[in-house]
Design a protein around this ligand. Sequence first.
Ligand code: GTP
Length: 598
Amino acid sequence: MDQKHIRNFCIIAHIDHGKSTLADRLLVATGTITERDMKEQVLDDMDLERERGVTIKASAVRMLYTAPDGETYELNLIDTPGHVDFTYEVRRALQAAEGAILVVDATQGIEAQTLANLYMALDANLEIIPVVNKIDLPAAQPELVAEEIENLLGFPAEEVIPVSAKTGENVEQVLQAVVEKVPPPSGDPDAPLRALVFDSHYDPYKGVIAYVRVVDGALATNQKLRLMAAGIDIEALEIGTFSPRMTPTDRLETGEVGYVATGLKEVQDVRVGDTITLANKPAAEPLPGYEPAKPMVFAGIYPVDNEDYLDLRDALDKLRLNDAALVYEPENSAALGQGFRVGFLGLFHMEIVQERLEREYNLNLIATAPSVVYRVVLTNGEEIEIDSPAELPDPSKIEEILEPWMRVQIWTPSDYIGPIMELVTNRRGVFEKMEYLDEKRVLLTYQLPLSELIVDFYDQLKSRTRGYASMDYQFSGYQPGDLVKLDILVNEQPVDALSIIVHRDQAYEKGSALVRRLKEVIPRQQFKVPIQAAIGRRVIARQTVPALRKDVLAKCYGGDVTRKRKLLEKQKEGKKRLKKLGNVEIPQEAFMAVLKIG
Ligand code: GTP
């Protein structure tokens, strides 16, 4: 297609404001999928979506659209990941586009990720098309939200397009705006090939499929290609576009978006942000800004039943095929046996992975409390990075410990400023600024240690603001902190998987809360079980789980049989997730207890 007739764009939105629905609706409006496909897709459950998902929910769909000027345009819709953890991936996807449709829910108004995504889109120099969605809802206030968009973001209210992605109302106007406002791709057709990899997935038949935007030059099949950052040469087995299914083509020209089947077996080799060039005629410079994804949060993941260790390894191997950011290595815990130390981009990524392991691979897992990556300066001047409390060297060898801090932006109705301030202060947060966006809404900016953010912060924020606040965060740097390791002893035995690193000022409070909580979740045994929190040799808090009374069932004898059965069933259920530690059984909740003491 003639470069002048290409438009590359993405859709940015706060979660649930209707990005996917609008995307589907654009596909219907251009005849790329049928109304029936759209309905089916909406009704899809997880499994189905996964099976067909890669093709239908491809993250770069080509549509052909005949505009009112009579000309046919090639519109490439590039999807961006929805979670804050994937900021880097979002940025790369934005760099593959020239424009962005900004979707704001007409019943909700602007939220934290609306802003965060908009700033990223502006950084990438994208032309913005503001849209107010869900105008079919009775609670919709499209004029008010359009005004908010004008006041806060500076786009004239009359240019904001009111749409319903659900009914399709005014969706045609959005397509027209894409053609009229989004500039065609620039880029030099005669220069050596440079294609940006902005996503990838693993296909069992064709190997890793790289999603690319051709920036300069052109791509053809059977060319010898080179991944510049990875330093790997490949042959393009197949190239094509998603329309919406994978459709092979002979060439991808300058400015076009499509895929390259690389034949490679590991997504880790095809990193988002890498540049593809010709092996025989390489570009002088790769496209700027490549950085490999770096995990920020680590947790131990163990099978409840030690026999499932190999299944867990297989499941992680399979997940990794499609998740280049997932890293893991075997880890041994005295308490939990053989498992893995797994690294994640952030909390949401961690939740997604844990849930997939359990749901899709049917594994019964115990996850330890998450840890951030600490930098430890040793007295001998050396600096090491650790991602598990167990790796912390002896205090006598430590000069200083540094921890990662985040810049956190919270968007909230002003009624909740008090409760948010309190939450953030409890979490060692440092106030940076407060901006009123209108009479009722404020944007609060704080600096907060990541370790405080990964422990139940988001849920607390939601519950303290009745779900009204939204947040976004970015890494801001490492800072020294007065940090100590808090060990937990159950029945006099230290349980490595329960150790945490805490700020010294909070050690007593956290230690006390943790042993109290453990007392509640550790079932009674035949004997008394002391639970202690200690820093080094010094015990700072203690609780005791009293011994079991003679017979739990005694009081049921001769009485209600169903009640007795229920009791036994309940015990059986509880067993599923018990780990035997010496002679004490510790349930899964114990390992997550630390998440509930923030
Ligand atoms: P994430 O995938 O979580 O980022 O959300 P999203 O922004 O893609 O939102 P999605 O398209 O999944 O829509 C969220 C919810 O809003 C769904 O229940 C949709 O059915 C609904 N929705 C989307 N657009 C409209 C609309 O125009 N009208 C109405 N009434 N509901 C809509």
